[in-house]
Ligand binder design. Sequence first.
Ligand code: XMP
Length: 509
Amino acid sequence: MTDCIIVLDFGGQYCHLIARRIRELNVYSEIVSPEITAEAIEDYRDCRVRGIIISGGPQSVYSERIKFDKNILNLDLGILGLCYGHQLIAYSTGGGVETAGKKEFGITTAIIDKPEGILKGLNRTERVWMSHSDTVTRIPDDYEILAHTQNSPIAAYRHKTKHIYGLQWHPEVVHTENGMRIFRNFVLEICGAKPNWRMDNFVENSVSEIRERVGDRTAVIALSGGVDSSVAAILTARAIGKNLVSVFVDTGLMRKNEPEQIEKMFRNLHLNLRVIDARSRFFKSLKGVKDPEKKRKIIGENFIRVFEEAAKDIDAKVLVQGTIYPDRIESGTRYASTIKSHHNVGGLPDKLKLEILEPLAELYKDEVRVVAKDLGLPKDITERMPFPGPALAIRVIGEITPERINIVRRADAVVNEEIRRAKADMNIWQSFAVLLPLKSVGVQGDTRTYKNTIAIRIVESRDGMTANFARIPYDILERISTRITNEIPAVNRVVYDLTHKPPATIEWE
Ligand code: XMP
């Protein structure tokens, strides 16, 4: 049985990054309910549990909204509490937790008082990433302090004899410089997990599993052109051939030439493809809607309805989805606050009675990219920039009309043409244009104008969870700006978004 580390999900925004980092060490990791009992951990069947990480979360230990089984702390396993988890262990063992006079958000310097155990090999001072309001102020006698910061006297601690540790900061976030070193110490040394989890056999195993599960029934998948649904489709098509029908819904909200490119690409890959033109349906139902969450809901619902009709028509029995591991967490677990409702997770009415097949449900994005390469998918797919399910609709702030979508589509094309041309040494995660619900005065050809504003958003990120605005050279920004105002008559002003995530998100809605 594979060794694994389980992560108790108390709803922290970075919870799945923890599992991701552990998998980078070739140790399998799963995210589980925070209310899991010590007994259930002892009986765990998916893998052999070697250690437990208690995640961060939005609540305070005093709310006790989520029931934590304290017996977990008596299991003879490595245990690590991060942020809220750090406070929870202290609180559950009789320590003190108080609302900090000064909150700490962002990069902080930690002073490592004892570079031992989980902090082995770290420097006297370390750049770490924090995001908390409550602070541990007291620990029981059988615990000792390992590190502090200016505002957190007990930023890291350990039990003197058991393998229990707590860290107020987030080693899973890339801004913590030696985060991976901390995980290596915990996972490989303290928990003694064997790093033998590999993805080499994924394609072979999953093709035969899909073949066995689907048999000679018909399956259907909605293609978005993104890497996840593409990989899920190709894997399934390898297993069941033409019995998989791939449906592409043209919502009218895609980028320039995207529907045509997607159609061409999948026909070349010999997929059994159906393209549905649903443009007028989407625009009709979005008419007058300005609220971002309403837009997302309407798009999601319409998409499901169109797809439902197609599935009925095909008489499909199995629904294949490109859901990946973070999708299951990002849409808000019971415990996390919903930041945005991602529209691509499940949701077809039960009455269709489709069996759901999610071949990528255990994988992270970069793992899917590895599979995509193994499957021989073209670079257009494997290296495609992330693009949100609700597409350009969430990049037109305010009301959506075909005209306004067209403005942002043209601006987006300019941004990406110029970025592609200059890309050589830039490490860009996403680049796009946003149409603001704002007109301003300009002067073009000696005449006063009163026209739209485009915001340019270009970010660097490793995983989309945190991001920095990219320091794009001015001459590239100038070219983008000049081209947009010259080529799109409805725009007379271009601004550049200078905000990191957090506090902003990558998309504007
Ligand atoms: P935010 O805006 O939350 O975005 O910082 C993080 C990443 O997720 C993408 N995104 C989505 N992807 N469906 C998706 O498949 C969605 O509804 C959705 N909303 C945002 C966003 O483009 C960025 O890469």
